[in-house]
Design a protein around this ligand. Structure first.
Ligand code: HEM
Length: 449
């Protein structure tokens, strides 16, 4: 999910501010007034008082775009019962474990393509081992192909030799929209006539909707469903045929789900591969676990994952160090709240500093070190930490709707890519609404004997 509010401080700044002011402080940027909370305890206090229909933050610019184009609002913009109605339709087939397991074959197909793509690029590289510059990120970025297969019953084609124009357009538009979303929110309205940002923001949304919706299924799937035909398929078919959302709401939900797949699982996977490449012991331990559960060429099934705690720990640790959404928001709507014994009125915007909480030495010893073991029950390295110290998908009714799909994608991809290997220079993260690597991650992939 994208949390396009620039007034939320950047990850390293979160840590600095926490050092300076303690775990709760107020910041003001232009018209934005925000209460920052940066300890697991205070984050949990805010979330526990979030009410029945939690709101992250106002997105006036997203709403304005939707109004301008006469579109439905969708998950991010809708509030209260309206939001809840859409969520209740989206949830069942995305968050129930047994339902999500049905997507396993399609995710495996995409991961298979990913492996072939890595192999092709590896052989084409100068030293036949290093995937450099954009290549690895591009490879891994292709994992959103998984979500598109689930949604559309077709692939966005990121993994073909030549990436289709529409796919590149969608990815570029997603990047533009997210980057510009921050800028547009901050700039006063009069700047729209002199600066290019609002126009570019609108163009980016137009492209997203165009590719994500009209380019994909306007002319086939919905036409068939509307004509009363029984269509075999996956998620989109379910949305179209369940009759609980308007066509406009289906369109916008699909676009938002696709957006959720861009840069989330791909960045997490990039960081996981990066750390495994630098840490031979972790890489070997993961390899041994995978081989013990899925020997030879066997692919993991959903039910195998319960026997792969280290695989899950690697992803958890990666998301602790690089939470894709480093700072989330909660706007108190219905009630006044008390946090840290301070009273806050309705309409208070809280910023939940997840990055600061999950990098806190008090919670995680050697917080800057990659140690998947800390998540293993019974391991000498494991220890108790606050349940809200690392909540990369959020918790509660408003938590990430794509969590289960994202996890399945990452578990399958990481376990199968782990058969290759190693080595990378250091790279720092940066924020562009989501936390992303500041420069390309270079990895050497060597086929295992
Ligand atoms: C590593 C992968 C991912 C992470 C860490 C992540 C994280 C998050 C977080 C923190 C939120 C906000 C939750 C809250 O406010 O409490 C969120 C919301 C959301 N995510 Fe994800 N996400 C991931 C992948 C995905 C994927 C693959 C999809 C698409 C299937 C997706 C779709 C969404 C949507 C639509 C929302 C908004 C839900 C709502 O407002 O009701 N996410 N995500």
């Amino acid at each position: 999910m994208k949390n396009p509010a620039i007034f939320f401080s950047l990850p390293p700044t979160q840590v600095e501010h926490k050092k300076l002011y303690g775990p709760i402080w107020r910041s003001r940027f232009g018209p934005f007034d925000v209460v920052n909370v940066a300890s697991p305890e205070l984050i949990s206090q805010v979330i526990r008082q979030e009410g029945r229909y939690p709101v992250r933050s106002e997105l006036p610019h997203w709403k304005e775009y939707r109004d301008m184009r006469g579109q439905a609002y969708g998950l991010h913009v809708d509030k209260g019962l309206q939001w809840y109605r859409i969520r209740s339709v989206l949830n069942p087939k995305l968050l129930k474990l047994e339902e999500v397991s049905a997507y396993a074959p399609v995710i495996h197909q995409v991961v298979g393509d990913l492996l072939q793509h890595i192999e092709r690029l590896r052989l084409r590289s100068q030293d036949h081992t290093t995937l450099c510059v954009v290549l690895i990120v591009q490879c891994v970025l292709s994992v959103p192909a998984g979500i598109s297969s689930i949604l559309f019953e077709m692939r966005l084609g990121c993994l073909q030799e030549e990436i289709p124009k529409d796919t590149l357009k969608f990815i570029a538009a997603a990047n533009d929209m997210l980057t510009l979303s921050e800028t547009v929110l901050f700039l006063p309205l009069w700047t729209r006539n002199v600066l290019p940002f609002w126009k570019r923001f609108v163009q980016a949304w137009d492209n997203l909707v165009d590719v994500g919706i009209h380019g994909r299924f306007d002319h086939n799937m919905d036409a068939q469903v509307l004509a009363g035909k029984q269509v075999e398929g996956m998620y989109l078919t379910y949305l179209l045929s369940c009759d609980k959302l308007t066509l406009g709401e289906v369109y916008i939900s699909i676009t938002e789900l696709l957006l959720g797949g861009v840069d989330t699982t791909s960045n997490t996977l990039s960081w996981a591969l990066y750390h495994l490449a630098r840490d031979a012991a972790s890489q070997d331990r993961l390899y041994r676990e995978i081989m013990s559960v899925c020997p030879g060429r066997l692919q993991p099934r959903s039910k195998d994952l319960s026997r792969m705690p280290y695989l899950k720990a690697v992803i958890k640790e990666t998301l602790r160090m690089y939470p894709v959404v480093p700072g989330n928001g909660r706007l108190t709507v219905d009630n006044e709240v008390v946090v840290d014994n301070y009273w806050f009125p309705k309409k208070t915007q809280f910023h939940l500093c997840h990055y600061a909480a999950s990098h806190d030495e008090g919670e995680f010893v050697d917080a800057e070190c990659f140690r998947p073991e800390r998540w293993l029950r019974g391991d000498p390295e494991s220890y108790q930490h606050h349940p809200y110290s690392s909540i990369p998908f959020g918790v509660g009714v408003r938590a990430c709707v794509g969590k289960r799909v994202a996890e399945l994608e990452m578990y399958f991809a990481l376990s199968r890519v782990n058969k290759r290997k190693d080595g990378a220079p250091t790279t720092e993260p940066k924020t562009r609404t989501l936390l992303i690597p500041s420069k390309p991650i270079n990895l050497r992939f060597l086929p295992r004997a």
